[in-house]
Write a protein that binds this ligand. Structure first.
Ligand SMILES: [Zn+2]
Length: 448
């Protein structure tokens, strides 16, 4: 049957996503968005290298968007098909292995989130604006891409929208130009980024500096004016949090950090590269979401700079971000990490123990037990290695794999250098068995 070909999935957690035959190094997106109509028109220029000779190759792109033109290496492509979320492109001439591949796709439509077992992800309309929260497979709802976390590339995102709106994308704002009633915002994201972390945020926002001008990492808030006082109170300790995490996890991996708060309520906050997005409900004026402020900030190291190659290793994102909540609690004068770990252990021990967090399966990869037990795995490792070796390990981990892709094996190998005896039983019991292991006694660190 023409137009359809079957091959091994890149990731069996998301068999529809990701593509073979090329490696993307850069995306340049030029987008025009009409807020009132929720109408998106785009031009995506994708720079890649082919990894094998093949008659055609595919990009992920939602069927909510229609493709009008495709070019490969400057030549208009007559043969392309857009079906079932795949844009299959057959260039007029075969591309040799190792050959440059410059793909241009022009498209437009009414973007809609992608529906899946994890709810709706991707481009979403707000009451007055739009947001993008794509984990794990929503990126194809707004641009053609190789939608898999192991495929990381640099980005330039240009977004033109109605002038009263503030538009945020990943990276540094390099240009802002207003013409008549439209404003164009151009952002450059030089560090490699997974497609699910690419984002656009549009709303009636104001931008504020957070913390002091001298702080090592520039931090900003992009929020509705009405939430300013609550935000200033609720996020007041974010500069201290940043300092604590830089001490514990090593240098902050990006140029800056921006928190967006939407005028709408959001069920959960979401991380993007260099950005976190909270709902108005997370600004309660009572620091009720401070745990989540820490969690999202920690994802900049664990998830965004160091990104899993396969979704099955998701505990490397969520377990670490959850453990960062406990580290912040301890540093910020709340309950210690050990107290929080013992409370979490107690809750888990009363729960069903039928989840392997080292391979939780696609349905349960965002299950709270992956988060909590992932954090407990790290606490157990900390008790085993002692604080000095444990935090040295975390800093080595973020330095060695900065801006790249990671696996559980790479983490356990690195951890092995800090222990005189094998850590295999620890990994087997915490990551690869369903039954909940005992938590070691505090202060039981062995010298290793
Ligand atoms: Zn998270």
């Amino acid at each position: 049957m023409p137009g359809k070909f079957y091959e091994d999935p890149i990731d069996d957690y998301l068999p529809q996503n990701g593509n073979r035959g090329y490696r993307v190094s850069r995306y340049e997106l030029e987008l025009v968005y009409k807020v009132a109509a929720n109408r998106l028109a785009g031009r995506a220029e994708i720079t890649a290298v082919s990894t094998e000779v093949r008659p055609r190759f595919a990009l992920d792109l939602s069927q909510s968007l229609s493709v009008s033109k495709v070019f490969v290496n400057g030549a208009r492509v007559a043969k392309y098909q857009h079906q079932q979320g795949k844009l299959n492109i057959t260039p007029a001439q075969k591309i040799p292995a190792g050959g440059a591949l410059a793909i241009v796709v022009q498209y437009s439509g009414t973007p809609r989130p992608v529906r899946g077992p994890w709810g709706e992800v991707g481009w979403e309309e707000l009451t007055d604006g739009a947001l993008v929260a794509s984990q794990p497979n929503g990126a194809a709802s707004w641009f053609p891409c190789d939608d898999h976390p192991s495929s990381k590339a640099s980005y330039r995102i240009s977004i033109t929208t109605d002038s009263p709106y503030y538009a945020v994308a990943n990276g540094t704002l390099t240009r802002k130009q207003t013409k008549a009633s439209q404003t164009t915002w151009v952002y450059e994201q030089p560090e490699p980024m997974a497609s699910y972390l690419a984002t656009i945020q549009i709303g009636q926002y104001q931008k504020y500096r957070v913390g002091s001008v001298q702080s090592a990492v520039p931090m900003h808030a992009v929020i509705p004016v009405r939430l300013r006082a609550r935000f200033d109170h609720d996020f007041a300790r974010q500069p201290e949090m940043m300092a604590e995490f830089r001490k514990r996890f090593g240098p902050y991996p990006f140029e800056s950090y921006t928190v967006v708060v939407t005028d709408d309520e959001l069920e959960i906050p979401i991380e993007a590269q260099g950005i976190s997005v909270f709902g108005a409900n997370h600004c309660d004026g009572n620091r009720g979401a401070e745990r989540l402020v820490a969690h999202e900030l920690a994802h900049q190291w664990f998830g965004n700079s160091l990104t899993v190659s396969r979704w099955r290793d998701i505990w490397l994102h969520e377990g670490f971000a959850c453990y960062a909540e406990w580290i912040w609690s301890e540093a910020g004068g709340g309950p210690s990490a050990d107290q929080l770990a013992r409370a979490a252990w107690h809750n888990l021990s009363r729960n069903r123990q039928d989840l392997i967090i080292g391979d939780p399966g696609p349905q349960l990869m965002f299950d709270d037990r992956v988060y909590k037990r992932g954090a407990l795995t790290l606490h157990s490792l900390r008790l085993r290695l002692g604080d000095a070796a444990f935090f040295t390990l975390l800093r080595e981990w973020t330095a060695r794999y900065r801006h790249s892709s990671v696996s559980t094996q790479e983490f356990t190998d690195l951890a092995g250098h800090h222990s005189a005896s094998s850590l295999r039983p620890l990994w087997d019991s915490w990551l690869y068995s369903a039954a909940l292991p005992q938590l070691p006694q505090a202060g039981a660190a062995s010298v290793g």
